[in-house]
Design a protein around this ligand. Structure first.
Ligand SMILES: CC(C)(COP(=O)(O)OP(=O)(O)OC[C@H]1O[C@@H](n2cnc3c(N)ncnc32)[C@H](O)[C@@H]1OP(=O)(O)O)[C@@H](O)C(=O)NCCC(=O)NCCS
Length: 155
């Protein structure tokens, strides 16, 4: 089940960050900031039998949405959890009337790029040296229902 992230989840999520993003993990304090001080952030977890297996951080900034973080525990990958979290983010952004949703992803992260492409995102730009180790990011975007230009095109 997907539910809102709570402070009690943060020790587990900080562990998952270390597992999944060893080069630049978010700390507990980063999630606390997102939860308590970032008015644009909505944080979700995927929980199964009391264990958090994945999470997402969605920013809704007026007509624009951004996925700031999306991750699934290694042992639970490939079971549709990433897609379920993505679908929740898309549904929230649509419900808020957003026109576009975007994210950044390492150019080497084929698995994530595959999920995003199948979810309707396209590569819009390369952000040179975006990550601390110098790796480039793709900026990927997806028009949403609130986008009048997209609707006008009949898409
Ligand atoms: C990227 C990530 C979120 C995908 O979540 P997931 O739960 O493993 O993915 P799902 O099971 O929902 O699969 C969705 C799609 O992802 C892709 N995918 C999943 N596992 C894959 C694999 N082993 N190889 C290639 N693509 C894969 C496929 O496109 C898949 O679609 P399909 O089922 O139609 O083939 C997850 O692998 C992850 O957390 N990775 C480490 C952290 C990370 O890189 N986060 C993204 C940062 S931008």
């Amino acid at each position: 089940m997907i539910r809102m992230m709570e402070e009690k989840d943060l020790d587990r999520i900080a562990e998952l960050e270390e597992q999944l993003f060893p080069a630049d993990p978010w700390q507990k304090k980063n999630f606390l900031y997102e939860m308590n001080d970032n008015p644009y952030a909505r944080l979700f977890v995927f929980e199964e039998n009391g264990t958090v297996l994945g999470y997402a951080d969605l920013w809704i900034m007026f007509e624009q949405a951004q996925i700031a973080n999306l991750a699934v525990a290694r042992e639970a990958q490939g079971r549709g959890i990433g897609r379920a979290l993505m679908n929740r983010c898309l549904a929230e952004a649509e419900a808020e009337g957003c026109e576009v949703i975007s994210l950044e992803v390492r150019v080497s992260n084929e698995r994530a790029i595959s999920l995003y492409s199948k979810s309707g995102f396209i590569k819009a730009a390369v952000r040179k040296g975006y990550y601390e180790n110098g790796e480039d990011a793709y900026l990927m975007i997806k028009p949403l229902g609130g986008n009048q230009y997209d609707n006008a095109a009949g898409n």
